[in-house]
Design a protein around this ligand. Structure first.
Ligand code: PHE
Length: 356
């Protein structure tokens, strides 16, 4: 008995891994293990012998089982230690400051616009960039044959052959979010919808993906006068100086009447300055929401009315921060990003100040 005990305790303590341990377990206390066979012999003993040998064999079996379990835990600990050693990290090393990122001007301007409109009670709403033809066009009073569809240089998705449903589109403007919000919340509404939009166009002031922010205010007695005040407040806060606006009659299928809005500026040596001078720069489209659009959004045009506008965020960023070429916004050139980017901890707020 003593020999058996010494033999197995020694083997267990020397086992190299879990597989070796399992082999030892089978060999000693498995069904046909050495100790199990010895236990079977108890049956052939006299009761007196059995009374001595029974407890001894049981104790031996227990001892070997616990040695196996202890060794198994020790092997697992050693494996963990080895792994921790290879994953060692010196947390006292200085950080690599030169790799610090910056906030892209588009993100910065989106935050600024959001802060200004939030102060006037506008919430932020969002919608999908891949839209149905209905939300992007029909619901906005742009039926199938309407020339605006072609004017917007729309990207259409491809449908499988034989699938006759109208294709999805990459939204050409943020106006579909108006409809989605009307459906979701009903009137009254006061929202802005910033986001990406897509049109097949590419030159110094056009990229196939760009950004707009849509505004929508619906209520029982909202008028063009409210629109003008809101936009003037916005431009003055955004550019940090009083900015005159000029409303020019225009046409959009989704607003009636419609106006394009120019802001006051000066041109000197090819440089544009907002809020001074005698020139005008067109920056946005706006108007009173067309009754058909309200209906498409499930709102009764006899009860509610309101204004909508759409501004290009990229355009605003170029004007405010003097960035000449729109295409560079999306080139991911690190030198450009370092030059035009914003410190990541400077969140624009009205009380803390917007960037100048
Ligand atoms: N959706 C128009 C555009 O892209 C802008 C606009 C929005 C005009 C809301 C009027 C009202 O170009």
């Amino acid at each position: 008995m003593e020999d058996l005990r010494n033999k197995y305790l020694e083997l267990v303590s020397g086992a190299a891994d879990e597989a070796a341990l399992e082999e030892l377990r089978v060999q000693a206390v498995g069904k046909k293990g050495e100790i199990s066979l010895k236990m079977r012999e108890l049956g052939k003993m006299t009761p007196e012998e059995r009374q001595v040998m029974g407890p001894k064999l049981n104790a031996l079996k227990d001892e070997i089982n616990s040695a196996l379990a202890a060794k198994k835990a020790a092997l697992a600990d050693a494996a963990l230690d080895a792994r921790l050693k290879t994953e060692w990290l010196d947390v006292t090393l200085p950080s690599r400051t030169r790799r610090q990122g910056s906030i892209h001007p588009i993100s910065q301007v989106t935050e600024e616009v959001t802060a200004i409109f939030a102060d006037m009670g506008f919430a932020v709403a969002e919608g999908p960039q891949i839209e149905t033809d209905w939300y992007n066009f029909d619901a906005l009073n742009i039926p199938g044959h309407h020339p605006a569809r072609a004017e917007m240089d729309t990207f259409y998705t491809h449908r499988a052959e034989g699938d006759n449903r109208p294709p999805h589109v990459l939204r050409t403007h943020t106006s579909p979010v108006q409809i989605r919000t009307m459906e979701k919340t009903g009137a009254p509404i006061r929202i802005i919808c910033p986001g990406r939009v897509y049109r097949a166009d590419y030159d110094q002031t056009h990229t196939p993906m760009f950004h707009q922010v849509e505004g929508l205010a619906l209520g029982k007695d909202i008028s063009m006068a409210n629109l003008k005040w809101v936009l003037e407040e916005f431009f003055s806060a955004f550019f940090g100086t009083h900015v005159e606006t000029r409303f020019r009659a225009s046409h959009f299928p989704f607003t009636e009447p419609s106006a394009e809005v120019d802001i006051q500026c000066s041109w000197e040596d090819g440089q544009v300055k907002v809020g001074e001078g005698n020139d005008w720069l067109e920056v946005l489209g706006s108007g009173m929401v067309h009754p058909k659009v309200l209906e498409a959004g499930g709102i009764d045009p006899n009860e509610y009315q309101g204004f909508a506008f759409g501004i290009g965020i990229d355009r605003l960023a170029m004007l405010k921060y003097g960035i000449p070429d729109l295409r560079a916004f999306f080139d991911s050139d690190l030198r450009w990003l370092r030059h035009y980017g914003f410190a990541s901890l400077d969140q624009p707020t009205l009380h803390g100040g917007l960037a100048r």
